[in-house]
Design a protein around this ligand. Structure first.
Ligand SMILES: [Zn+2]
Length: 337
């Protein structure tokens, strides 16, 4: 049975809570091991806690344990901190060993970030990127989508697979894709790319390289083919209208959408309408997309209709890979030729 998105939300919260407990437990274990070796550090920690209590007692005008003034307590606490640092340094212990090693230091694994503003006003918490990305990965799972092809990165893009006369042109396409990926990574990308060219020229490779680069910069990315997009909108629509709206909304929020290999499938009127909505809204909001296709302009129009074709051809910047199917070259190389 498929999980709905709201089940996913509960699952996610439980998973995060368990992970936080685990990381805190690991911190406590590291500390215990260090304290066993260096008991003075345990004493310092206990003293610091007592000093903190005494400061509170002083503030509340209650009897204190150490019979010291506010300044004396502060001074003592400072000296203890220095002693602690000195002991750690002398034994070559990184002070971070005594802290929790968060997977996401930004939100300390909670998934939420509170920004404190000037004047002590607290804004409502906002979702951390890690939570947004997790939600998107859940969305992949809900829809049964496969993740981006993570091995395909710019560094592995090999121009020598192209015939010599096409290399200069394709190097330009590669540079344009890199620039686009940088913009997405910096969060300043306001445009979309249409990657064109025949079958086996590396469009999918470039599209996933852009996606991988953006994910490495902690941007949220969704990568799908039209077939997977069809699965997504169908599955969501069948299950629950609220889930569908949430999924559709997510498609509008994600930092980068990659629609790979457009043209491999025909679209029904319903799919064409949803596809048009997605492309149109994101273009209007200047939110980046990468669409790869081996269809030429006229074929795009024949396959998906004039509205989609005209948004793709006029709203997107077209980059065209040239040459012949590189898979043959790669096969020959694999056979040692
Ligand atoms: Zn986070």
């Amino acid at each position: 049975m498929r999980l709905s998105l709201s089940d996913m939300t509960i699952e996610r919260a439980k998973r995060r809570e368990a992970r936080i407990r685990q990381l805190e437990q690991e911190r406590a274990e590291r500390e215990a091991a260090i304290f066993a070796r260096l008991p003075r550090l345990a004493e310092i920690k206990a003293l610091q806690a007592e000093i903190g209590l005494d400061l509170a007692r002083l503030y509340l005008k209650r009897p204190t344990r150490f019979k010291m003034t506010f300044e004396e307590l502060r001074e003592w606490s400072l000296r203890l901190s220095q002693e602690r640092e000195e002991i750690l340094r002398r034994h070559g212990i990184d002070p971070r060993e005594l802290e929790v090693h968060w997977d996401c230091p930004e939100c300390q694994n909670t998934g939420w970030i509170r920004d404190t503003e000037a004047g002590d006003t607290v804004s409502p918490p906002r979702k951390c990127r890690c939570l947004i990305q997790e939600e998107i990965e859940d969305l992949y799972r809900v829809a049964g989508l496969t993740g981006p092809l993570r091995e395909q990165t710019f560094d592995r893009f090999d121009l020598t697979v192209y015939p010599p006369e096409n290399r200069k042109h394709n190097a330009g396409v590669l540079a344009d894709c890199r620039r686009f990926a940088e913009e997405v990574a910096d969060g300043r990308c306001r445009r979309s790319l249409l990657l064109q060219g025949g079958v086996g020229l590396g469009k999918t490779f470039l599209a996933s390289a852009i996606g991988n680069h953006a994910i490495a910069a902690r941007k949220t990315v969704l990568y799908f083919t039209l077939a997977e997009f069809i699965d997504l909108i169908r599955a969501e629509k069948f299950d629950d209208e609220a889930d569908f709206r949430e999924a559709a909304q997510r498609l509008l929020e994600v930092d980068l959408i990659i629609l790979d290999d457009l043209g491999a499938e025909k679209a029904t009127e319903f799919v064409a309408q949803e596809l048009f909505n997605l492309i149109n809204v994101r273009l209007n909001r200047q939110m980046p997309m990468v669409v790869s296709t081996n269809l030429r302009a006229a074929e795009l129009q024949d396959t998906y209709g004039e509205r989609i074709a005209s948004r793709l051809l006029f709203g997107f910047e077209a980059l065209t890979l040239e040459g012949e199917d590189v898979r043959r070259v790669l096969r020959l190389r694999a056979h040692g030729r």
